[in-house]
Design a protein around this ligand. Structure first.
Ligand code: ATP
Length: 359
């Protein structure tokens, strides 16, 4: 199927700085993709090139298979929602949502008060705009707020207005830059659900940019992990977590950073560790009296439903493990033995590429 929007081998340089290198990324029709990476890795640059706000130094931008690399942002009909909502403070919610349609479909004269009295065409256009504003407002539960100014809204409500304003144009694709970053925990969870529902209801292709892996993994059909200007892996959230393609992705994805035992010493855990670095998630390590790995507890931190142990194995490698349940937890200074099921081990070669660990 032809992608709604795609980058093909895109590199972007700003003087001596290469912001992104050879990025290829396809957003399928109706697909929800997250671009995930740490601050400064090149996410916003990628988004700006997709939207047409910046030109690539090399490579192409494609919409429905057609090259739009040189087309302006306006010609692409892509909705872009930035981190700061940038609503017009002096206009009502209704006027904010209507603005993109008024700018596109009404002439300067047609936008003047009273113009509809003199022209049937202007009246019909305004009625059409009104219907579209009300449709989107209903979808985002903004109807009771249409007369308010942005200053009279909560952060979450302002964000819904910004979403409505982006959606009303019926865009070919919908790009959101850190859409949840200004929201508190509860509102963030609600807005994630709302964005998923919105995606389902509109059927648009969505791309969100985020540094928050929970946002990416919980919402997107596929996640593109970007590290230092390159896309390391594009996969479903489950694949990224269970079969990371590189050591860098393995260490990036997951609530607790994956432990990596260097090859050689890793053989204590599994014979494959003779030739591979072995990764094991802190939640997959187990205490076992005759476990193959010996370690000393350095510190212990209680986090409610889980306790995190910081340990050091007998070769000096720092390890972390997550224990759930409160029974007989080891204390700092205790010597413990650890194990991990073979299926929970991730093998990486010297280049950091995933290799199979056979049990
Ligand atoms: N206009 C510019 N001129 C020079 N360097 C730039 C410019 N825009 C971005 N960069 C550099 O390119 C790299 C990627 O920046 P970008 O803003 O795309 O990262 P990001 O992942 O979106 O970061 P953040 O999450 O902090 O917004 C950074 O090193 C940045 O300093």
């Amino acid at each position: 199927m032809t992608a709604a929007l795609a980058l093909d081998g895109v590199t972007k340089r700003f003087g001596d700085t290469t912001a992104i290198t050879d990025v290829s990324l396809a957003l399928g029709q109706g697909e929800f993709v997250a671009l995930l990476g740490a601050s400064g890795c090149g996410k916003s640059t990628t988004l700006r090139i997709l939207a047409g706000l910046d030109r690539p130094s090399e490579g192409q931008v494609l919409m429905q298979g057609r090259c739009v690399t040189r087309d302006s942002a306006a010609a692409r009909n892509i909705a872009l929602m930035f981190q700061s909502y940038a609503l017009y403070p002096h206009l009502s919610v209704y006027q904010n949502i209507a603005m993109p349609l008024r700018l596109r479909h009404l002439s300067v004269a047609g936008r003047l008060p009273g113009a509809a009295r003199f022209s049937g065409a202007v009246r019909r256009t305004r009625e059409d705009i009104d219907a579209q504003v009300r449709r989107v407002a209903a979808m985002l539960r903004l109807e009771p707020l249409l007369a308010r100014k942005p200053g009279q809204l909560s952060g979450g409500q302002q964000q819904r207005v910004a979403l409505a304003r982006a959606l009303v144009r019926k865009p070919a694709a919908f790009l959101l830059d850190e859409p949840l970053s200004n929201l508190d925990t509860q509102l963030r969870a609600d807005t994630r659900d709302e964005l998923r529902a919105l995606h389902r209801d509109t059927g648009h292709a969505f791309l969100i940019v985020t540094h928050d892996q929970s946002d990416a993994l919980s919402m997107a059909d596929r996640v593109a992990v970007m590290i230092a200007g390159r896309i390391e892996q594009i996969a479903t959230p489950q694949q990224l977590f269970h079969t990371p393609a590189t050591r860098a992705v393995a260490e990036f994805i997951g609530h607790h950073r994956m432990n990596i035992l260097p090859q050689g010493p890793a053989a204590a855990l599994h014979p494959a560790g003779k030739g591979l670095d072995l990764g094991v998630r802190p939640e997959d390590l187990r205490l076992q009296a005759d476990g193959p790995l010996q370690a000393v507890v350095r510190s212990r931190a209680f986090h409610g439903e889980e306790t995190i142990l910081s340990l050091q194995d007998d070769r000096g490698t720092a390890l972390r493990m997550v224990l759930r349940g409160g029974s007989a937890l080891p204390l700092p200074g205790d010597s413990v033995r650890l194990t991990a099921p073979p299926e929970a081990l991730h093998g990486f070669d010297a280049c950091g590429l995933r290799q199979q660990v056979l049990s």
